[in-house]
Write a protein that binds this ligand. Structure first.
Ligand code: ADP
Length: 475
């Protein structure tokens, strides 16, 4: 229910808040001003009543026959003005004197008896609804003790207060109304960029990620918001582009072995052959299937890595031992090219890694060293601990990587020489996977390479906590 009447527009809400809070402040202020003035006006009235009382003390006299009267005739009128009067009572509540102005005030004396014992200031309600402020006190007049009551109408004072109240109310309505309108206009102006941003944001779709939000003033809050959105769009655009390229490259890579399998099969079926030929044909088809399987495996791994689904099961791993194990694993491959993989280390180098993931990185580096080095060349692997890092280097004396290609080799599907790499069974994903495998462990991978001389790939990983101890004990 409450959500229904709540204004949906931020502009209206801001304007209402603005006007509302100003209204509350104004009310407090007006209440303060009003009570202050009311108090002052009443004080002023009472001060005058006090003066009246003193004049009455001076001017009243008791004649020998007991009659109380004003000393100088006509003074009462002068003194009493139109709203003041003087009454004198004896202590039994019997009126002894009333000024003429009392009669002029058209007050029925019987309605205003002197309440017994009440002295000081008080307000009396007259039958016509008006009010009179009175000061009542005892006074010894000659030998007689009397009660004098002076009074002044509160009407003018009340009238003034009503006028003030009206003025305050009018000011309140005007101020709150103006605050509401100006708040609305201001909010509309301030929020106008949001509308423009929303309009523009609608245009940003998967096909049009190049669109950007307008940034009116980059230094204000809305400008900063638009800039942040634009940066996000830029990142989105970049990753969409990467995804598009990855999908296109992956389809292309998958098609190549499939085409090969198909054409080898078609050629094989074209004419009758002997068993040996069929074996050869099936053998080369299986090679392509292997390539396909490897490619699919690598693609799966990368997509799982991208999605962040790979959960590392870290354990203490001796990098030197892992380096030797991978060397043994790839020894057959190296032997085919009459290469030797030498692993040199200075003892245990402990890291805390997911063994299988890091192993894949090493396999890819060794594999590249074997693939891109000539026959009978040496491949050397060294493992050492330095400061708080575990360092593994794979050094080959192969073809090297040209300078202009160096910054691209970690990109997916990038190959310096497409024909040669594919011929060697490369997919262009090996180094991307190696880099991911190292970085996911908080490490880094780098290389130096010179065409015709060879390349050195280096993996730097954090040592395991107790790894520094292991370094100390190494011989
Ligand atoms: P591939 O599967 O093609 O080897 P990689 O991602 O492992 O893909 O490597 C990318 C490219 O980097 C390779 O195609 C190759 O041209 C170059 N490269 C990688 N390692 C070496 C190396 N040790 N020596 C020379 N070139 C290399």
């Amino acid at each position: 229910m409450s959500a229904n009447w709540r204004p949906k527009s931020v502009r209206v809400r801001l304007a209402l808040w603005y006007a509302g809070s100003l209204g509350v402040l104004l009310l407090l202020y007006a209440a303060g001003v009003f009570t202050f003035l009311e108090r002052n006006l009443f004080r002023e009235l009472e001060r005058r009543l006090h003066d009246d009382f003193e004049v009455a003390e001076e001017m009243l006299e008791v004649r020998p026959d007991g009659e109380v009267r004003w000393r100088v005739q006509g003074h009462a009128e002068e003194h009493g003005e139109e709203e003041g009067w003087v009454e004198v009572w004896n202590l039994d509540g019997k009126p002894l004197y009333r000024s003429k102005s009392f009669a002029r005030a058209r007050v029925d004396p019987s309605l205003l008896p002197l309440p017994q014992g009440s002295t000081g200031y008080s307000s009396l309600a007259l039958p016509d609804g008006s009010r009179v402020r009175v000061l009542t006190d005892r006074y010894p007049l000659g030998d007689v003790s009397v009660v004098i009551r002076v009074g002044r109408s509160e009407e003018r004072l009340r009238h003034e207060l009503w006028e003030l109240l009206g003025l305050l109310a009018l000011g309140f309505v005007i101020a709150v109304g103006a605050a509401g309108v100006s708040g609305y206009v201001l909010a509309r102006r301030a929020l106008a960029p949001v509308g423009r941003m929303a309009e523009q944001a609608v245009k940003v779709t998967a096909d049009r990620l190049g669109e950007r939000l307008p940034v009116a003033n980059p230094d204000d809050e809305l400008g900063q918001l638009a800039s942040v959105f634009n940066q996000t769009f830029a990142r989105l655009e970049k990753s969409f582009e990467q995804l598009r390229r990855f999908t296109a490259d992956a389809s292309h890579e998958l098609r190549t072995p499939l085409t090969a399998i198909r054409s080898v099969g078609e050629v094989g079926l074209r004419e009758p052959r002997d068993e040996r030929s069929y074996r050869d044909i099936i053998g080369s088809m299986l090679e392509e299937v292997d390539r396909l399987a490897r490619l699919v495996e690598q693609l799966l791994m990368l997509s799982r890595a991208d999605a962040g689904h790979v959960k590392l099961s870290r354990e203490p791993v001796d990098l030197a031992e892992l380096a030797r194990e991978v060397a043994e694993h790839l020894a057959v491959l190296a032997e085919e090219k009459k290469q030797v993989i030498q692993v040199g280390d200075d003892g245990v180098v402990m890291t805390e890694v997911d063994r299988l993931v890091l192993r894949q990185a090493l396999i890819n580096l060794y594999d590249n060293a074997i693939k891109y080095s000539p026959e009978r060349s040496a491949i050397s692997v060294s493992v050492r601990a330095k400061d708080l890092s575990a360092i593994l280097e794979v050094k080959d004396s192969g073809i090297g990587i040209p300078r202009e290609s160096q910054k691209h080799v970690f990109e997916r599907f990038y190959r310096v020489d497409k024909g040669r790499s594919r011929g060697l069974g490369g997919t262009g994903l090996g180094l991307s996977i190696a880099r991911w495998a190292v970085e996911v462990h908080g490490g880094l991978i780098e290389f130096e390479s010179e065409v015709g001389k060879g390349s050195t790939f280096r993996i730097v990983l954090p040592l395991a906590e107790k790894g520094s101890g292991a370094e100390a004990t190494s011989s």
